[in-house]
Design a protein around this ligand. Sequence first.
Ligand SMILES: CC(C)(COP(=O)(O)OP(=O)(O)OC[C@H]1O[C@@H](n2cnc3c(N)ncnc32)[C@H](O)[C@@H]1OP(=O)(O)O)[C@@H](O)C(=O)NCCC(=O)NCCS
Length: 172
Amino acid sequence: MRVPIETERLILRPFEAVDARAAYGWFGDPVVMRFTPGGPDKSIEETTTRLANYREHQIAHGFSKWITLDRRTKLPIGDSGLLMLKDYGWIDLGFRLAQPCWGKGLATEMASAWVRAAFGELRLDRLRGLVHPENVASIRVLAKLRFREERRDTIMGMNSILFLLDAEAHLT
Ligand SMILES: CC(C)(COP(=O)(O)OP(=O)(O)OC[C@H]1O[C@@H](n2cnc3c(N)ncnc32)[C@H](O)[C@@H]1OP(=O)(O)O)[C@@H](O)C(=O)NCCC(=O)NCCS
């Protein structure tokens, strides 16, 4: 797919190995990772491995989790993107920001860009989003994008609500 994705305030691009130090700032933050199965990364090495997995996923599928940069300062502030969850048979939309960036509409801005890419350029027919029931900000972001609750279950060991958005629902 086209690289990078640019929005009004953000630049989204695939992760590079040199991003590990900056990305550990949020992947290692227990507050940011509270609702992520597996919890926070415990070292930069864990973040380095995580980013290598994202790069392999990009090569295999043509999309992945990408880093988010502030368009004005060019500084890394989070990640977002699509992951193929093979064990479950769906493509998951995820988004995450360093704490100082919360509450400004940035997650909605980057998640919207991924929805457009998914149903446009990538021609996917549906997306899912996996959220802990107490993760109200994330649930609100998915609701703003017109995701609908599909079911509640324990997924990856996490008490979860599974949200669904069909391409047709997005385009109508
Ligand atoms: C989830 C996350 C990305 C949201 O980022 P954000 O940039 O603050 O999100 P936005 O500003 O685009 O939208 C958040 C919405 O939730 C609402 N919200 C946030 N906290 C809330 C709360 N405690 N109660 C009710 N609504 C809340 C906001 O008001 C906003 O809705 P609005 O636009 O209708 O006012 C951010 O909190 C985060 O990184 N969390 C940790 C990682 C994570 O859990 N990611 C999701 C896993 S799927």
